[in-house]
Ligand binder design. Sequence first.
Ligand SMILES: *[C@@H]1O[C@H](CO)[C@@H](O)[C@H](O)[C@H]1NC(C)=O
Ligand SMILES: *[C@@H]1O[C@H](CO)[C@@H](O)[C@H](O)[C@H]1NC(C)=O
Ligand SMILES: *[C@@H]1O[C@H](CO)[C@@H](O)[C@H](O)[C@H]1NC(C)=O
Ligand SMILES: *[C@@H]1O[C@H](CO)[C@@H](O)[C@H](O)[C@H]1NC(C)=O
Ligand SMILES: *[C@@H]1O[C@H](CO)[C@@H](O)[C@H](O)[C@H]1NC(C)=O
Length: 312
Amino acid sequence: MHFSLLLVSSAVASVHAATSPFPAGVIATGTQGPTNPPAPTLGTAINQTSMARLLSINSIDDFCLFAPPQLANISDTETIEVAWCTKPRNNARVIPDGTITGVSFLKTDAYVQIMGTGDLTKLNINLNDTGGELDPHGAFGSGNPIGGNVTTNVVDGVDEPIQEWMLFIDYNQFCLRACTNANATYSAAAMCEHKLDLMGCMFVMPGTYNAPGTFETCDADVAYPPGWYPVVDGPTTTFSTFAQYFTGVYTGGNGQPTSYTVGDTVTPTAPATIPSSSNCVTTSTISNGIPLTSLGITASVSGSASSKASGA
Ligand SMILES: *[C@@H]1O[C@H](CO)[C@@H](O)[C@H](O)[C@H]1NC(C)=O
Ligand SMILES: *[C@@H]1O[C@H](CO)[C@@H](O)[C@H](O)[C@H]1NC(C)=O
Ligand SMILES: *[C@@H]1O[C@H](CO)[C@@H](O)[C@H](O)[C@H]1NC(C)=O
Ligand SMILES: *[C@@H]1O[C@H](CO)[C@@H](O)[C@H](O)[C@H]1NC(C)=O
Ligand SMILES: *[C@@H]1O[C@H](CO)[C@@H](O)[C@H](O)[C@H]1NC(C)=O
C-alpha cells in the first residue's frame, strides 16, 4: 500500500519536473519543515501558540511573516521564529488587525516582494529592536528559522514552494522577497542573496518605500541582485559585487586563534538602482475582521489606568 503510494507520488513529481516551467533553483524540492502542515492551506484553526513555520506570499492581504514565539529580539530567536499570517492559514498564528500600517506588494519578472510598516511589537518583537534577517540557509543548513518554508501562488495560481527567499524584519518595518524566476544572468540564489544582513531593506530590496498609510499592489522592475553593480564597457555589461565586511577569529587546526577578514572595507551607500513601481492599485487598509479577543488579546496592555479600571 505504502509502496504504491510512493510510486504514484514520485510519478507525479517527475511529471511536474518534466513540465515545470521554472528554471533550476527556483522551486524547493526538499520536504516541508517538521512543524509545518504538508501544504499551504487557507482557513486553518486559529492557534496563537502555534510553532508552524510556513509562509505564503500571495497578495497584499494574504501574506505571512516570521516573528518570535515569545517577546524577544529577532537576532536572539532566528532559529525558532514562527509564521504569523494576515489570514488564518497554514496552521500559523494570525496577525491581529491593526498591526500592519502599510504594505507595498510588488510583482516582478524575477521575484515577489513585500515592503511594509507596522507595530510589530504585536508580533512579539521587542520595542526598538533593530531586527535581523531570515532565509532558507542558516547555521544548520535547514533555514532560519529551522524548518521555515515559503510558498507563493502569484506566478501561476498554484501554491509553489520557493527555494530562495529572504525576510528582514525589525520592530516597525519588514521586507520580504521570494525569488520566483531565474535566468542565465541572475540565479534565484543571487537575486535572494542573504549575506548582506546588516544593509537593511532599502539596500537589499530596493523599491518605492512609502510612509505608513499606503496599501498598494504594483508591478515593478527587477532590481539588480543585492550587492551587484553593473559595469558597462561598450556592448558588454559585467558586474562588480559588494560583499559585507566582517572580521572574526577562528581556532585553526593548530589550536591557535587566527583572525580573518571577509568582504569590502568600503560600504556602498545605495544600491545600483531603485526599480520603479507601476500599475499600482491602492486600498485603504487590510483586515481579517477577526475580533482581537479571539486572538487572546483581552485588553490594551498599554491602556491607561482608567480603561483598565473600567474593564475590571
Ligand atoms: C523547506 O525548507 C528547507 C530548508 O531551506 C528546504 O530544504 C526544503 O526544500 C523546503 N521545502 C519546501 C517544501 O519548501
Ligand atoms: C497550537 O500549537 C501548539 C504548538 O504547535 C500545539 O502544541 C497545540 O496543540 C496547538 N493547539 C491547538 C488547539 O491545535
Ligand atoms: C524606544 O525608543 C524610544 C525613542 O528613542 C525611547 O523613547 C524609548 O524609551 C525606547 N523604549 C525602549 C523599551 O527601548
Ligand atoms: C534588543 O535589541 C536592542 C537593539 O536592537 C537592544 O538595545 C536590547 O538590549 C536588546 N534586548 C535584549 C533583551 O537583548
Ligand atoms: C534576466 O532577467 C533580467 C530581469 O528580468 C533581464 O534584465 C535580463 O536581460 C535577463 N537575462 C537573460 C540572459 O535573459
